[in-house]
Design a protein around this ligand. Structure first.
Ligand code: NAD
Length: 272
């Protein structure tokens, strides 16, 4: 977030408890979202990748997060233990943030057709798409009868062929479809399920994609607003969807990308 950004404080999340996954460092999108939720009164638990404790604990301390549990989402036993830790501490939860993705570096470059392996494809699908289904089921089981709200993070590489995004684009397409099916199943229980689709942002995940810096620059120059996607905007969208402001919105994929996804071709290209 910009150094001079005044985080909107308030009570939109007062009395709400929930889980935020995917905080790895201060650049993580999950961290921007967690800060904004905490500034609106949310009580948060972090589920983080094992081995990240030294980086995650100081961030947790900064916003008063007292419940932390390590989890690799491909490990069913670790998932059981992590959700139990939150259940023991909170009882019920009102919201869940899924901000997890992974694909082998070798598959995030060059030709999708030539470089995609069975092992890499299934690994990306498992961590980036199936984990959402698994988390949604476990989170919904901890939500009260009044319902709750679940979000995940996706990228426009699911809808269009973006250079080097490759296997991750296919996993994100599965993730977005999973959001719609989960929204259908959980809707009668008052649980809303949505995806936020930011433009490229400077995080660890972006660094794993060949030409990640180019994705940032192109995202900016090809966007309607000619600017980078802001953490403030992404966190604000998450706050809307996770608070009662988001009532009646479910199954959606909301783009927060300075208008990157609406553009056809550029003025220069139009002139030939
Ligand atoms: P990040 O690297 O900070 O976050 C990714 C997180 O996934 C990390 O915290 C990592 O520990 C976690 N993770 C990976 N494998 C895991 C596993 N097996 N078990 C548990 N956790 C695991 O990067 P980010 O950019 O903040 O990514 C968060 C989400 O936002 C991802 O879904 C990403 O695809 C999405 N997204 C990112 C961008 C971008 O440009 N950075 C744009 C749109 C969407």
């Amino acid at each position: 977030m910009a150094d001079d950004y005044q985080m909107p404080t308030g009570t939109l999340m007062k009395g709400k408890k929930g889980i935020v996954t995917g905080v790895a460092n201060h650049q993580s999108i999950a961290w921007g979202i967690a800060r904004q939720l905490a500034a609106q009164g949310a009580e948060i638990a972090f589920l983080h990748l094992p081995g990240m404790e030294r980086r995650v604990q100081p961030l947790a301390d900064e916003i008063g997060v007292k419940v932390l549990a390590p989890v690799d989402v491909t490990d069913d036993g670790a998932m059981d233990a992590a959700f139990q830790t939150v259940k023991d501490a909170f009882g019920q939860i009102d919201f869940f943030v899924h901000a997890i993705a992974f694909a082998n570096k070798d598959e995030l470059k060059g030709s999708f057709v030539d470089n995609t392996t069975r092992e890499g494809f299934l690994r990306a699908m498992n961590i980036s798409a199936f984990s959402f289904v698994d988390c949604a089921r476990r989170a919904a089981a901890m939500m009260p009868e009044t319902g709750g709200s679940i979000i995940t993070l996706t990228y426009m590489g699911s809808e269009r062929a973006i250079p080097n995004y490759n296997t991750m684009g296919v996993a994100k397409a599965a993730l977005e479809a999973a959001v719609r099916y989960a929204a259908r199943d959980l809707g009668p229980k008052g649980i809303r399920v949505n995806a936020v689709s930011p433009g490229a942002m400077r995080t660890l995940s972006l660094a794993g994609i060949q030409g990640g810096r180019g994705m940032l620059a192109k995202g900016r120059s090809l966007s309607a607003m000619k600017e980078d996607t802001s953490m403030e905007g992404v966190a604000g969208c998450a706050l809307w969807l996770l608070s009662d402001l988001g009532k009646s919105t479910t199954g959606e994929c909301i783009h927060v990308d300075a208008g990157f996804h609406i553009m056809g071709f550029t003025e220069d290209e139009a002139e030939g």
